[in-house]
Structure formats: structure tokens, C-alpha cells
Design a protein around this ligand. Structure first.
Ligand SMILES: Nc1nc2c(c(=O)[nH]1)N[C@H]1C(S)=C(S)[C@@H](COP(=O)(O)O)O[C@H]1N2
Ligand SMILES: [Mo]
Length: 435
């Protein structure tokens, strides 16, 4: 069983990230002000320290009792941090909602904010009745109950999931939309379940193909009204794919596949079949609807890209982003997220002048395989117009392309797999827009 250890970020004693650039940008005035307040804190009497602090209403009475919400909720002051839909869907069951990336911190998406994409609504599945069939080219085909699966060796891994339709809004140029609606078909969770290879061992292994036989594929099918079905190249995903029953420490949410889903790290979201009820080992792709009529990309020469499984390296600045505002010139951290379906993130570069100059951002550890990685770049806004860009390079050396390069390679009939460099425009008034 594989175990990916966490690396702790190296922080100095005061807990602030090490950056001489940041110190330089903060300026000596800001630093000496900081030093002065520390000195005051050291010499002031307790009475002086408390003096300016009024006693607010919530300190004057006892707070709410325990178990007011047996399942906890965010603060009522955070009620704007919710999933949103980009448009009114004609059939609300076949729709998507997007993750509010600009309001999130770190790299894990809270379960209630994981983006949703359903083709036939969210089924209400009784886990005691649900079964997973593993059959086809295997030694001992089997029906698993949830209890059977919970008794198999499990592992927990952090991976991003991105719908291949994410950011399709930008194919034809800047959409003007905010981050949640351009990049919000993206989440990252700690998933817990059984490795696909472990599951296949539990059915006696797949029957060995004769030499010269076609490569093995596996068909995954969901129990929802859409019966979402995809074929996947088995040997490529065998050691990585997980059949999961939990996300971020609790059982899957209904909208994310309760009680069971497939996670194929790095592959387009559509292959992460939810409400999983069947895995069939086959000797080639079965050319289902979702891999022929959908989830292919029409190229300029009239041919279509099929089985473009891996999500190419991509990054986006989450702060500042459209809808936010810089209130005065001075220090701003430019923060964002980078990810790659082919491995880990090696570097993220930032330009604040529309791509003329690039500088390297800091990456926050741990930098995990096929997971969101957070970056920070220390920046001083001069109070003038600026155009902010981020560009990711992954562990294979692949560099996130410009929109122009993508269009040159794929044309304008493509919808899926848009990973172009995103630009945010800062106005003289500090406003941020997607222009
Ligand atoms: N059974 C089933 N699995 C499914 C889907 C679906 O509609 N039905 N949608 C797919 C698509 S297109 C995506 S992007 C992801 C979305 O997963 P999420 O809703 O948990 O974010 O699930 C995939 N798995
Ligand atoms: Mo998707």
C-alpha cells in the first residue's frame, strides 16, 4: 500500500512565511510600525492594553449551547460563500453548480462547497441495498455490499477533481465572468476508499490477456437516472484509481456520489463515476455516449480528440480576482491555485504587466501529486492599471499555454479541456475584472 507523507512547510518561529521580498515590499515604515507595537505590548500594563477594547455584546452574555446544530454550520456572516450555478438550467437535475474558489483558503474544498455536475439528478440511494458488481474479464466475478467494501484495506489520498468543461467560457476570449463561474468546476478533497488494484485482487485478478491481446479497459457505470458510463484504460489507472466511500473524513455527500464513487486522479471529472454500481473489465473501450457524442473535442481539420483523459496543467489567481477591490496602493499578496492531471506542480510564474515579465511565485507545501497547490507572490500595487497572469509548469515540464496557443492547436470548435493562462485586469480605482 502506498502512503504519501505530508511535508510541513518550513516556517520561521513567528509563523510568517519566509520572504525577503515581502519584507522589502512591506517597506521599512511598515516594519518599524510593527516593531513599535511589539515594543509597546512588551512595556504596557495589562490595564493599558485592555483600555481601548470595548466589551462587545457577545462577550456580555453566554453564547449558544452545544448541539444547537448537531451537524455544524458555518458562521452566519459567511452566508455568501455558497455554490452557484452559471445559468438557469432547463432541467435542474441535469445541471452544474460551481465552487466559490475566491473565498476558500488552503487546498481542501469543504464538502458543502464541492462543485456539482449531474446528468440525471441526485439519487437517494439506500446503502444497505446498493451493490457494486465487479465482473467481465475477472477470475471470480462478485457483487459487493457496502459492508464488504468497508472491510477491504483502505487508503486516503488528496486529489483535485475538475470537470473538463471548466473554463470553457474563455475559449472565445474573456467572458467578463468572475472566478467562481470561470474556474469553479474544480474541487480538491481527501478521498478514502479501496484502491482499484485491491478490488481486482478481491475478485481473483483480471484474467490475463494472451500475449498480443488488446489492452485491458474497464467500464464504470453509475446507478443514477443517467446511468453515466465510461470506459477507462485499466493498466494506466490500476494503481491510482480509488473506489471511495468518504470525502474529507465523512461518508460521501449524496451529490458527490453517496454511497460509492470512482476517483481517477488527474482524469477529467466525467470519468469519476458517481453512485458507482458496476465495474466491468473489457478488452477495449465500449464507445459509450459519454465518450463519443460527448467529452470529445472537434479539431479544425474535422477530426475529434477522443479519450483526452488527463487534465492539463493549469493555474488561476484567486485573490485578487473579479468582484474584489484593491483599496489603496501598497502590498498585496497575489494568491492562487495550480494543478496538473499528469503529476505535481513544479513552478508557478506571475506577471503583473500582461505577460511582458514573469517572476516565480512561492509554492505552499505539501506539493502533492494530482492535487491543488497554493501559490503566493508578493506584490506592491502602484495604484496604476495592471494585468495579472499566472502560468503553471508541471512535473513533466509541460507549461500552461496562452489562449492564443491553445486556439492555434485546437481551433474554436473545442469546448472541453480549456487550460489557457487567465488574466485579471486591475483598474486605476483598484477594481478587478475579467477583461
Ligand atoms: N453517475 C454519474 N457520475 C458522474 C456524473 C453523473 O452525472 N452521473 N457526472 C460526472 C461529471 S461530468 C463530473 S465533472 C463529476 C462531478 O462530480 P461532483 O458532482 O462530485 O463534483 O462527476 C462525474 N460522474
Ligand atoms: Mo464534467
Amino acid at each position: 500500500m502506498r502512503f504519501i507523507p505530508d511535508r510541513k512547510p518550513s516556517l520561521p518561529a513567528d509563523g510568517a512565511p519566509t520572504s525577503s521580498r515581502r519584507r522589502r515590499l512591506l517597506g521599512s515604515a511598515a516594519l518599524s510600525a510593527l516593531a513599535a507595537s511589539h515594543a509597546r505590548a512588551a512595556t504596557a500594563t495589562p490595564a493599558q492594553l485592555l483600555d481601548p477594547l470595548a466589551v462587545p455584546p457577545w462577550t456580555r452574555t453566554p453564547g449558544a449551547p452545544i448541539l444547537e446544530h448537531p451537524y455544524g454550520l458555518p458562521s452566519s456572516f459567511e452566508s455568501h460563500v455558497v455554490r452557484r450555478a452559471a445559468r438557469q438550467w432547463p432541467m435542474p437535475g441535469a445541471a452544474s453548480s460551481l465552487t466559490p474558489l475566491a473565498d476558500l483558503h488552503g487546498t481542501l474544498t469543504p464538502n458543502g462547497l464541492v462543485y456539482e455536475r449531474h446528468h440525471g439528478g441526485v439519487p437517494d440511494i439506500d446503502p444497505d441495498v446498493h451493490r457494486l458488481a465487479v465482473h467481465g474479464l475477472v477470475a471470480e466475478p462478485k457483487l459487493f455490499t457496502m459492508d464488504d467494501l468497508l472491510r477491504l484495506p483502505s487508503e486516503s489520498r488528496v486529489h483535485f477533481m475538475e470537470c473538463s468543461g471548466n473554463t470553457a467560457s474563455e475559449w472565445k476570449g474573456s467572458s467578463g465572468l468572475p472566478l467562481q463561474l470561470t474556474h469553479g468546476l474544480l474541487s480538491c478533497c481527501e478521498w478514502t476508499g479501496v484502491r482499484l488494484s485491491t478490488l481486482l485482487e478481491a475478485v481473483g485478478g483480471s484474467t490475463r490477456p494472451a500475449s498480443g491481446a488488446p489492452p485491458r479497459w474497464i467500464l464504470a457505470e453509475g446507478a443514477d437516472a443517467a446511468a453515466m458510463t465510461r470506459s477507462l484504460p485499466l493498466d494506466a489507472i490500476l494503481d491510482r484509481a480509488l473506489v471511495v466511500y468518504a470525502q474529507n473524513g465523512e461518508r460521501l455527500r449524496p451529490e458527490n456520489g453517496y454511497p460509492l464513487r470512482l476517483i481517477v486522479p488527474g482524469y477529467e471529472g466525467n470519468t469519476h463515476v458517481k453512485w458507482l454500481r458496476r465495474l466491468k473489465v473489457v478488452d477495449g473501450p465500449l464507445e459509450t455516449r459519454e465518450e463519443t457524442s460527448k467529452y470529445t473535442g472537434l479539431l479544425p481539420d474535422g477530426r475529434a480528440r477522443q479519450f483526452a483523459f488527463e487534465m492539463d496543467a493549469k493555474s488561476v489567481i484567486t485573490r485578487p480576482s473579479p468582484g474584489q477591490r484593491l483599496t489603496r496602493p501598497g502590498y498585496y499578496p497575489i494568491v492562487g491555485l495550480a494543478w496538473s492531471g499528469r503529476g505535481s506542480i513544479r513552478t508557478v510564474e506571475i506577471s503583473t504587466d500582461g505577460g511582458a515579465n514573469w517572476q516565480t511565485a512561492r509554492l505552499e507545501a505539501p506539493i502533492r501529486d494530482r492535487a491543488l497547490t497554493r501559490f503566493t507572490f508578493d506584490w506592491a500595487w502602484q495604484g496604476k492599471p495592471a494585468t495579472l497572469l499566472s502560468r503553471a509548469t508541471d512535473s513533466t515540464g509541460y507549461v500552461q499555454p496562452t489562449r492564443e496557443a491553445l486556439v492555434a492547436a485546437r481551433g474554436l470548435n473545442s469546448y472541453y479541456h480549456y487550460n489557457g493562462i487567465q488574466s485579471w485586469r486591475i483598474g486605476t480605482d483598484g477594481s478587478v475584472s475579467n477583461a
